[in-house]
Design a protein around this ligand. Structure first.
Ligand SMILES: Cc1cc2nc3c(=O)[nH]c(=O)nc-3n(C[C@H](O)[C@H](O)[C@H](O)COP(=O)(O)O)c2cc1C
Length: 198
């Protein structure tokens, strides 16, 4: 099965996940940033990645997603918030709504990703009544995010996409990914749960 892995990444988090997913795909697959505007029509499956920008898939990724039609699609994303939060679920839901119109959405994966230190510096200057002001909770959130995506996130992304390829193979007889063992963690479980809710 030929897979196109597309991504948009400002500070590298989403690209890390994209590279990991590409790493389990068959030889004739391709990885490309959305800026390259790859031709999705040449592929059996599109793994499409974005980063969360103010609660939405980032503009460049969303613009590319809007062009994808008649494809089997798996979504992946990174964001600063906890991946099992309501906010994460809402962001993925918004992206799913773009895809669902004209495609077959197979599944999705979301990981926490460190927040650009320049942005955190801006938050430091905000008055305490502003939504992104650095409360102790938000400082703790940024600290948690600062180590992500980590090796476990990458393996969980691979496991999730291997699962999607398995579903596609079962329905079509394709042969696809390289072998990879999933890491069963609470986060992976919650990510699966997230998918079933969308
Ligand atoms: C302008 C901007 C807006 C962001 N908005 C959100 C947001 O609404 N929710 C969130 O959880 N993270 C938000 N983030 C954090 C990013 O989604 C997160 O750091 C992501 O992993 C960045 O991916 P990248 O390294 O591939 O660019 C924002 C970051 C930036 C720079």
């Amino acid at each position: 099965m030929r897979t196109l892995v597309t991504y948009s990444s400002k500070t590298g988090n989403t690209k890390k996940i994209a590279d990991a997913i590409y790493g389990i795909m068959s030889e004739r697959s391709r990885i490309a940033s959305v800026e390259e505007d790859p031709n999705f029509g040449d592929y059996d499956f599109v793994a499409a990645g974005f980063w969360v920008d103010k609660g939405l898939p980032n503009r460049k990724a969303a613009d590319y997603l809007k062009k994808v039609k008649g494809a089997k699609v798996g979504l992946f994303a990174t964001l600063g918030a906890d991946p099992d939060s309501e906010h994460a679920m809402d962001c993925m839901k918004r992206a799913s709504e773009i895809v669902r119109v004209d495609n077959n959405l197979i599944g999705h994966f979301i990981s926490q990703g460190k927040v650009d230190p320049k942005l955190i510096k801006m938050f430091e200057k905000l008055p305490p009544d502003r939504p992104h002001a650095l409360t102790p909770e938000r400082v703790a959130l940024h600290e948690r995010a600062s180590t992500h995506p980590d090796q476990e996130d990458l393996r969980n992304a691979q496991a999730k996409f291997k699962e999607m390829l398995g579903e596609l193979e079962n329905s079509s007889g394709f042969s696809s990914a390289k072998s990879i063992s999933p890491v069963p963690t609470r986060r992976a479980f919650l990510t699966r749960k997230l998918f079933t809710k969308v």
